[in-house]
Design a protein around this ligand. Structure first.
Ligand code: KG4
Ligand code: ZN
Length: 371
């Protein structure tokens, strides 16, 4: 069964075709990072407008790459060169090979989600395909089912950490899950992005912090872990403030000094040490919660998912502290993509979880609820 996945929840316009939930036939991701970089973060209205321009060409490219490899006459030029890219009539015959469409309907930016869901609804109606509405956060787990001979086994303990979400979830089966813990405030990726901004390391912050941390001392500064009501919860906002206070102290400035100018008063070693110490603390909060949950629930597999799962320090610390191997996807599948949407969509189709193209509504605040 071939599913076309569509993902537009934040700043990536993505489409992919996945066979039987596991085999990636194509995976097209058009990142808007270059557009948002000059603003230091994602601008929601700009994201929505960019999705409008890109979604049909990106979907056309995903179909062509999946079903017309080597002879892609219907699609000319690169996706970035949108003027030469159209959903041309010859792409239409490729639709015969698509069995269903799966689209992210939440959580995410309202305008961005609206573009993806309206596109999928319209395509489902006009091409007469069944439609599946997919939870983006749940779908991050499915990056680990793609193109692997060794998919995770239930029960799965999943640490899902991205720019918008941070949760620890126990999945007993595909749709039988329990949120064990979550962040009390900032998402993990959000904290990386904010501290990177403070240190003048640019956007997106996660990879920038990880790079600077390689040259820094993770024990230069110690940041204490906040006391949480549950061992499975975590919190990053105190850590972010502690990094700001440390930067102020190193720069001999107080709270009245503009924080965006602090980095210019720090030398490279101080910045690298702050990045390494922050990363060390942020990672240890996530790892402590995951290890506590592992000990209590004894899952068969532990996976890390979401953009922050690309962090190598997180992978190393978890590998060191858990008695079983952890599963993680390659970095390009940890960050937002449509293959993970198509994969979860496949399992939804097997469970007969279809939605009507006229009734599907996007849900920006959708959440995998903690019981
Ligand atoms: O899953 P994702 O692509 O988008 C959301 O659904 O939010 O995650 C993006 C987040 C960003 O905050 C980015 O800074 C973070 O993932 N990230 C990382 C790394 N690579 C990406 N954080 C830490 N270390 C990394 N290597
Ligand atoms: Zn995501």
């Amino acid at each position: 069964m071939n599913i076309l996945g569509i993902e537009t929840s934040c700043d990536e316009t993505a489409a992919a075709v996945v066979k039987d939930g596991r085999i990636m036939l194509s995976n097209v991701v058009l990142s808007q990072i270059d557009i948002h970089r000059e603003f230091g973060g994602v601008v929601p209205e700009v994201a929505a407008r960019s999705h409008i321009e890109a979604i049909l060409p990106v979907a056309a490219k995903a179909l062509s790459q999946a079903f017309a490899k080597g002879k892609e006459p219907s699609v000319k030029g690169e996706v970035k060169n949108l003027t030469t890219y159209h959903l041309l009539p010859s792409t239409h015959q490729l639709w015969n090979k698509v069995d269903a469409i799966a689209v992210t309907y939440g959580p995410g930016l309202p305008g961005a989600l609206l573009v993806g869901t309206l596109t999928a609804r319209t395509l489902a109606l006009t091409k007469q395909k069944p439609l599946l509405a997919v939870d983006h956060v749940h779908a991050h787990v499915y990056a680990n089912f793609l193109d692997t001979d060794n998919p995770p086994k239930f029960p799965i303990l999943a640490l899902i950490v991205s720019g918008g979400h941070s949760q620890l979830v126990l999945l007993r089966d595909h749709f039988d899950y329990e949120v064990l813990g979550q962040t009390a405030d900032d998402a993990a990726g959000e904290a990386f992005d904010k501290v990177a901004k403070l240190l003048g390391l640019g956007y997106p912050g996660g990879p920038a912090i990880a790079r600077a941390a390689k040259r820094g001392n993770p024990h230069a500064f110690s940041f204490t872990k906040p006391r949480m009501s549950s061992a499975f919860d975590f919190s990053f906002s105190g850590l972010k403030t502690a990094a700001l206070r440390q930067a102020q102290q190193l720069a001999h400035k107080d709270y009245s000094f503009p924080s965006h100018q602090l980095a210019s008063l720090l030398n490279e070693q101080q910045i690298n040490d702050l990045a390494a110490s922050f990363q060390q603390a942020a990672v240890s909060f996530m790892v402590d919660a995951t290890v506590a949950a592992f000990e209590q629930y004894q899952p068969k597999s532990v996976i890390i998912a979401g953009g922050v799962a690309a962090n190598t320090e997180l992978r190393h610390q978890l590998t060191d502290r858990l008695p079983i191997n952890i599963t993680y996807a390659p970095p390009r599948l940890c960050t937002d993509n449509a293959s993970m949407i198509a994969s979860l969509g496949y399992f939804q189709s097997r469970a007969d979880k279809f939605v009507g193209p006229l009734t599907l509504a996007h849900n920006p605040s959708l959440s995998m609820k903690k019981d």
